[in-house]
Design a protein around this ligand. Structure first.
Ligand SMILES: N[C@@H](CCC(=O)N[C@@H](CS)C(=O)NCC(=O)O)C(=O)O
Length: 221
């Protein structure tokens, strides 16, 4: 274990943004290694210690000599590291619900990526249909699921709320009028944004407001 954990990722929101919120909430001392250019990442990934790891990827957590890859694994590692395993779900029911919400969210993120990577010359013509077919109906399901519950698994906050919040922020910024109709997601979004750690972080200069996705490669971000 190191004095500070290091979160490595591109200098965009992407897969790291919920982890940044999570680190703030956990109160773990951390720093970020933000990669601004592919060359910077290439230099690191081809030298020790990263080149000694088969699963190497971004985001990663470096904790002293320990290196952890795969974003979903990072949430688990950091919950134990911060001595807050309750964020993994406190019982079987919460852990199963968390896994269900995580699966639906993965479908939603996949739909968003497909939407935002429509070829440039087809984007205007296709974006409305693709939003409805790939994104909105999944967001509606999640929203309905969240009605009458404070957090994704019920009364207790877990790490999946951090991923859910990022999905909400994408929807809220991309299509505010559609997001406003998703009452369950809207209420969850407001409750999460009001957590003191999140409120402070969003007001700080560490916060990356945009882009959500790599500039140039995506039609929106
Ligand atoms: N399954 C991986 C996906 C990671 C991934 O696709 N990382 C992208 C950025 S979102 C990347 O640029 N990885 C570095 C590389 O491919 O060299 C995770 O969840 O962490």
């Amino acid at each position: 274990m190191g004095d500070k954990v290091v979160l490595g990722y591109w200098a965009i929101r992407g897969l790291a943004q919920p982890l940044r919120f999570y680190l703030e909430y956990l109160g773990l001392p951390y720093e970020e290694k933000r990669y601004y250019k592919p060359e910077e990442w290439f230099a690191d990934v081809t030298s020790a210690p990263l080149n000694q790891h088969v699963l190497v990827n971004l985001p990663y957590i470096k904790d002293g000599d320990e290196l952890v890859f795969e974003s979903q694994a990072l949430y688990v590692y950091l919950a134990y590291r911060a001595n807050k395993p309750e964020l993994l779900g406190q019982n079987q029911k919460e852990q199963v619900t968390l896994a269900s919400v995580r699966g639906v969210l993965q479908d939603l993120f996949k739909g968003l990526i497909t939407l935002f990577t429509i070829p440039e010359d087809q984007y205007e013509a296709k974006k409305e249909d693709q939003f409805n077919q790939l994104v909105f109906w999944i967001a509606e399901k999640l929203s309905k699921f969240l009605e009458n519950r404070k957090w994704a698994v019920g009364d207790n906050l877990t790490y999946i709320d951090f991923q859910l919040f990022e999905a909400e922020e994408i929807l809220r910024n991309y299509k505010p009028e559609a997001f406003a109709t998703l009452v369950g997601l809207k209420n969850h979004n407001e409750s999460f944004a009001n957590l003191p750690a999140i409120k402070n972080y969003q007001a700080s200069d560490k916060m990356i407001a945009r882009p959500f996705y790599p500039p140039g490669m995506y039609r929106w971000g």
